[in-house]
Design a protein around this ligand. Structure first.
Ligand code: PLP
Length: 397
């Protein structure tokens, strides 16, 4: 059955499963144990750190293993709140995942300046450059175009790829811009990792990732901490992770995460162009079969696996339920947002109305998705369209 909700979570990759079982059978002891078997787990944990770091292009000592991206976002925002000089602003992209948005609001509160995106969902670099040169505007939005108040920007928070739309952000340019202005750059790479090459992400000062988004198990992830951030603590407690994150290390999870990322980097991301072509063919051919359908962020570079569609009619939840009956698992947007009321903050930031947002579904493919699954999804959408026709179309003579 075609599973089209990989941005919510992915099935465990065989390489990750094998690594997890091997580690769980063979290296289950506590790495802090002073006996030989514990020490051996510790050695393997450090080896995993050494394997992960070069994929992102950074030193192994920057890698801090966590329970996932949400923990990472909270820990990084708390660290910025604690260490940025008073009066320093933090520029935050409006379309971040809720774990970054909410952590930024909670820990950084009044320091936050919102960064606007354009109609396609891409960060507007001009206003950001202006903000970083002139200092904070008197209103808390970087697109206000108002003269700077002179408050410096100490950090910029922009994700690599959006979970709802797949829209890619110019993170390489942002890393350079931040370096020029001596601001920290924090990049949530949760949706980028495992789909596109990770090389260069280490240029960002802070990076977070989550294994289950790229074929690893749930409950494990990492933070790349900024060079020299000795006082970074993801959790208070014991001195694990070189003092950066307390809690017994999840070595089997880490081993599985690293195995799945290595596999993605060496075998999968090379297929990106082919997979992009499949998605583009779907998007090009769909409007003829389903008049009125639109692609969110159509004018932007997007992940090869993600398409967010504004359907011509009907509540998205009705479409999702009917697609599910046909074996297609899609979502109305982000899995984390479905428990919340109200339309998606991502679509609102892109200028879509609440009414349009209620007609949006997201399909996100995975490496195991077949080329033929895309036209099958298109066919299912056409069938469902007839079932959720607007009432007036049914009763009109
Ligand atoms: N960041 C992005 C872009 C995501 O898509 C997600 C998960 O949906 C997260 C962060 C949070 O990941 P986790 O639930 O593994 O902590």
């Amino acid at each position: 059955m075609p599973y089209f909700d990989h941005n919510a979570t992915t099935p465990l990759a065989p390489a990750a499963r094998e690594a997890w079982l091997h580690a769980q059978d063979d290296a289950w002891q506590n790495p802090s144990g002073l006996y030989g078997t514990g020490a051996r787990v510790k050695v393997r944990l450090e080896a995993a750190r050494e394997q992960l770091a070069p994929l992102l292009g950074c030193a192994a000592k920057r890698v801090v293993f966590t329970s996932g991206a949400t923990e990472g976002a909270n820990a990084v925002c708390a660290h910025l709140a604690r260490t940025l000089p008073p009066g320093t602003l933090v520029a935050v992209n409006r379309t971040e995942h809720p774990c970054v948005l909410e952590a930024a609001k909670f820990f950084l509160g009044e320091r936050v300046v919102w960064l606007e995106v354009d109609r396609h969902g891409v960060i507007a670099m001009g206003p950001l450059e202006k903000l970083m040169t002139a200092g904070g505007p008197s209103t808390r939005s970087a697109s206000s175009g108002q003269a700077g108040s002179g408050l410096p920007v100490g950090a910029v928070l922009v994700m690599a790829a959006n979970n709802e739309t797949g829209v890619l952000q110019p993170w390489r340019d942002l890393a350079k811009l931040c370096r020029r202005h001596h601001a920290a750059f924090f990049c949530d790479a949760s949706q980028w990792l495992g789909k596109l090459p990770a090389a260069g992400l280490g240029e960002a000062d802070w990076v977070i990732g989550s294994a289950h988004k790229f074929g690893g198990p749930k409950g494990v992830g990492f933070v790349l901490a900024a060079e020299g951030a000795q006082d970074f603590h993801a959790q208070q407690g014991g001195g694990q992770e070189h003092g950066h994150r307390a809690g017994t290390e999840n070595f089997p999870g880490v081993a599985a995460m690293v195995a799945s990322l290595i596999e993605a980097e060496t075998k999968k991301v090379l297929l990106e162009t082919e997979r992009l072509r499949w998605r583009e063919t779907f998007e090009r051919t769909l409007p003829a079969a389903l008049p009125g359908v639109r692609v969110v962020g159509a004018g932007a570079e997007r992940l090869w696996n993600t398409v967010s569609l504004i359907l011509p009619h009907g509540e998205n939840t009705r479409w999702v339920a009917r697609l599910d009956k046909r074996g297609f698992q899609v979502s109305t947007g982000s899995a984390c947002a479905t428990a919340k009321e109200g339309p998606s903050h991502v679509l609102a930031a892109m200028g879509y109305s609440p009414e349009e947002a209620r007609r949006v579904i997201r399909a996100s493919a995975g490496w195991e998705t077949a080329e033929t699954d895309w036209p099958k999804l298109a066919q299912a959408l056409v069938e469902v369209s007839a079932e959720v026709k607007p009432a007036e179309a049914v009763i009109s003579p």
